[in-house]
Write a protein that binds this ligand. Structure first.
Ligand code: GLU
Length: 291
C-alpha cells in the first residue's frame, strides 16, 4: 500500500501567523499518526502579490517551528503549463465560458435586481454570485470580444458541470483530527455560481491549481482551515469533471483574534516572526494553539 500524502500549501503574499502554524502542525501531526508523507507547496499564482521575500520568510518560520517535509517544494508559478492544459480540456468540453462583465457591471445588474425587491444569491464568502448572462453569448460574439482585447475571465458553467455527473457530489471529511471517523458531506457547488477558473493574464485560479496539484502530487489527505470548507464543493466538482482522484479532507478549527475574527496577514502581532522576536519559542507557540 502506498503511504498517505499530506500537504501544507501557504501563499507567499504575507507572513505566516498562528493560523498557518496550526495548519502546518496539524498536517504534520496527522501525517505522523498514520505514517504519511508531508509535502510543502507554495501557492504563488498571484504573481503581483506573492514575493520571493515572503516565500523565504515562510521557509524560515516553518524551520523555526520544527517542521520537516519531503522535497522538492512545488511552486505553482513554475507549473502554469499544467494548469493551462486542464483549462484547455475544460474549454474543449464546453464547461467554461469567457465572462466579460466587469465588477461594476455585475454590481449594477445586481442593484437593479434588488431595487425591484428581490434578493440576489450570495456565495458562502458573502460575495454576490455571477449573473450568468454572457453564458448565452454566441461563439462568434465571444471570439469578436476576445480578439478586440476585451478583459474577461474563464468561468465554470457550474450547472452544466453538475448535469454531467453520474450521481450525487459529496466528499469524505474526517470528523476529528485523530482520524477515527469520516462523514460523507453533500457538496453544494451551485451556491458558488459560475466561479472563475482562469483569468486572461493568469491562466489558472486557486480552485483549478489546487485540484491539479493535489492530483499530480498524489495528495490523499487535504488538511486545512475551516475557512476553506465550502470551497471543497467547487474543488470536488472540478475533480469529477477532470477525472481526478478524490482525497479525503479534514478542516480544522480557525485561530481567532481577540475580536473573534479570523486572523489576517496584516495583523502583525500574531505573525510568527513577531512572536519569535517577542521571545516566544516553538513550544510556547504550540501551547498557545492548544497543541
Ligand atoms: N493557499 C491557500 C491558503 O494559503 C490554502 C489552500 C489549500 O489548503 O487548499 O489559504
Amino acid at each position: 500500500m502506498t503511504a498517505p500524502v499530506f500537504r501544507f500549501a501557504p501563499s507567499p503574499n504575507g507572513e505566516l501567523h498562528l493560523g498557518h502554524a496550526l495548519s502546518a502542525l496539524t498536517n504534520q501531526k496527522m501525517a505522523a499518526t498514520i505514517g504519511g508523507r508531508l509535502l510543502l507547496r507554495i501557492e504563488d499564482i498571484d504573481v503581483t502579490r506573492c514575493t520571493p521575500e515572503f516565500e523565504a520568510a515562510i521557509l524560515n518560520d516553518l524551520a523555526w517551528l520544527g517542521m520537516a517535509w519531503e522535497g522538492p517544494v512545488r511552486r505553482q508559478s513554475e507549473h502554469f503549463g499544467e494548469y493551462e492544459a486542464a483549462l484547455e480540456r475544460l474549454k474543449q468540453d464546453e464547461l467554461v465560458y469567457p465572462a466579460f462583465m466587469s465588477r461594476g457591471e455585475i454590481r449594477g445588474a445586481i442593484m437593479e435586481h434588488e431595487a425591484s425587491g428581490k434578493s440576489w444569491p450570495r456565495d458562502p464568502d458573502g460575495a454576490p454570485v455571477y449573473p450568468g448572462t454572457d453564458k448565452q453569448m454566441s461563439k462568434r460574439e465571444r471570439q469578436r470580444r476576445i480578439d478586440s482585447g476585451a478583459p474577461f475571465a474563464w468561468r465554470l458553467d457550474t450547472a452544466e458541470a453538475l448535469a454531467r455527473l453520474p450521481g450525487e457530489l459529496n466528499w469524505r471529511e474526517w470528523t476529528d483530527g485523530a482520524m477515527t471517523v469520516t462523514a460523507d458531506i453533500a457538496a453544494n457547488a451551485q451556491q458558488w455560481g459560475d466561479v472563475i477558473i482562469a483569468r486572461r493574464e493568469i491562466p489558472t485560479s486557486y480552485h483549478l491549481s489546487v485540484v491539479i496539484d493535489d492530483a499530480l502530487q498524489g495528495v490523499s489527505h487535504v488538511v486545512r482551515g475551516l475557512d476553506l470548507y465550502f470551497a471543497t464543493s467547487v474543488q470536488r466538482l472540478l475533480q469529477q469533471v477532470l477525472g481526478l482522484p478524490q482525497p479525503s479532507y479534514f478542516h480544522h478549527r480557525l485561530v481567532l483574534g481577540p475580536d473573534g475574527r479570523k486572523l489576517s496577514k496584516s495583523q502583525r502581532d500574531t505573525g510568527l516572526a513577531a512572536l519569535r522576536e517577542a521571545g516566544e519559542t516553538p513550544d510556547t507557540v504550540k501551547a498557545m494553539l492548544g497543541l
